[in-house]
Each structure stands twice: as C-alpha cells, then as structure tokens.
Design a protein around this ligand. Sequence first.
Ligand code: CAA
Length: 262
Amino acid sequence: MSMEFKNLLFEKRGPIVILTFNRPQALNALNEETLRDLLHACRQIREDREIRAVVLTGAGGKAFVAGADIKAMGEMAPLDALRFARLGHRAFAMLEKLDPVVIAAVDGYALGGGCELVLCCDLILATPESKFGQPEVNLGIIPGFGGTQRLGRLIGRNRAKDLIFTGRQIAAQEAYEYGLVQKIVSKEELMKEALQWAEQILSKGPIAIELSKKAINNGMETDLHTGCELERNAFATVFATEDRKEGVQAFLEKRKPHFKGR
Ligand code: CAA
C-alpha cells in the first residue's frame, strides 16, 4: 500500500513502512508542510497495529534531509520561529515515541534538522559518502528541533558542543566512531540492508521489542534507579504474554519460535 503526502512518500510493505522525504529540489529540507506530513504519517503508523518497523530515507540520492528549510526561515519573526520549532519538536517526539522500530537509512546530507531527525531514530545506517552535522551557527542560529538536547545525550556533551559550536560536517565514519551511526553500507546495499535489519527484528517477540524500546528510551530520561524500576515492570509484563511461553517452549523443543504479539 502506498500513500502520498505532499513531501513524504509512505509505502507499506506488510509490517514495514518506508517513509521517504521527497523534496529533492531542496535536498529534502523540512518546511512546515513536510513536518505536517511527518505528523500525519506518524499518526497513521500509530493507528495501524500491523506496522512493526519504519525505515526513513531521502529521495534524490544526494541528501537524507539537509535541515530545516532555510528559505522558509528567512521570513520568520521570533514567534513564527517558536511555532516552527514547536511543530518540529511535536513531529520528532511523535516519531521517537512510535512503538515500531525506526531505522534511518541515510545516503548523503543529514544536516541540521536532518541530523536531529536521525537522533529520533532507533538505529542508523549510512553510506560512506553521508555527512552529518549541526551547521546552524553558520546561519547565526542554533539547532531548533532537539539537537542541543538529543545530540549530547547520544554522543556525549563535549562532542555535541564541538559539532554545534563549529558547525562542521562529519563523514559517516566519524559518525560511526561517535556511535551516531551503527552500520556503514554501500549506496547499492543501503535499502536492502535496512529492510533486512528490520526483518531480523521482526522475527523476534514483538512485545519484547516494544517494551525494551520503551524501557531504553524512558530510562535514558531518568535516573538509574527509576530506569531499573521501569525495566523490572516491563520484565514482569512480558511474563504475562503468550510469546514468552512460546519463546521458552521453542527453545526447549529446539525449534524456531512463532511469535504472535500477544
Ligand atoms: N533549506 C532550503 N533549501 C536548501 C537547504 C535547506 N536546508 N539545503 C539545500 N537547499 C537547496 C539549495 O538552496 C539549492 O536550491 P536552489 O537550486 O534553488 O538554489 C538546492 O537545495 C541544492 O543545494 P546546493 O546547490 O546548495 O547543493 P550543494 O551540493 O552545493 O551543497 C549542502 C549541499 C552543503 C547541503 C548545502 O546545500 C547546504 O549547506 N545546505 C544547508 C545546510 C544547513 O545549513 N542546514 C541547517 C538548516 S537550519 C536547521 O536545520 C535549524 C534547525 O535545527 C531546526
């Protein structure tokens, strides 16, 4: 099933959705319409319980997303900028909180809002030619879609300061060394690899994946003891599922488990 928003392609392949940012003439820069498309797509994904993985990518072969739309921002008064940032934060938070696993397949520029978008994904694949960075200071502005908060949490405070203060672009290899990228793959293999990664995760217990994602994400936002409490509760919850019985039974019977997501 395919759906087309204005600047975002939505392609459903069974339990996997491929979302493609589709404004190649502007290197997929995020304007208000695109952010609203992302919000709608996330709502659609939330309502469809069949969907268990999302792959995000960019059209055009040159950029994942080259940031917030600079032309649109040129006209903005401070209150417009606040509304724009709120919209970006709302869309990104909804993406980050999706139950399905979200994989970013990056080929090309992931700058500014594009890098911030990647920070909301669970796993990141990139081609060797890809470039990451927060170049906002070059424009005399700062990251506005979560970069000052999520980047440091992921790669460390001072690495985030380096990238945000200098605005420099880093290649996929450096992003990999920072833990921002998990795998580097060729252009030709990018989507195949992203889908295979999704399939691998889909073969596991769905509730276990969903609850571990929640425990990791929510745990990162709290202190260790509260996080461990979240984990214990999630651990107890999975013991109420049929999938847990099936997983253990399959192990004992030396066969592959057939998880049903209940
Ligand atoms: N917004 C709007 N348009 C953009 C854009 C952006 N972020 N990035 C690229 N484009 C447009 C260019 O204006 C150009 O359009 P025209 O053909 O109409 O002139 C087209 O995309 C192709 O771009 P370039 O000709 O510049 O391509 P290049 O290969 O020479 O350079 C690039 C590529 C290095 C990515 C360069 O385009 C660039 O530096 N882009 C801006 C990156 C940036 O600063 N991103 C941060 C934006 S601010 C932000 O994101 C704030 C936030 O956190 C919310």
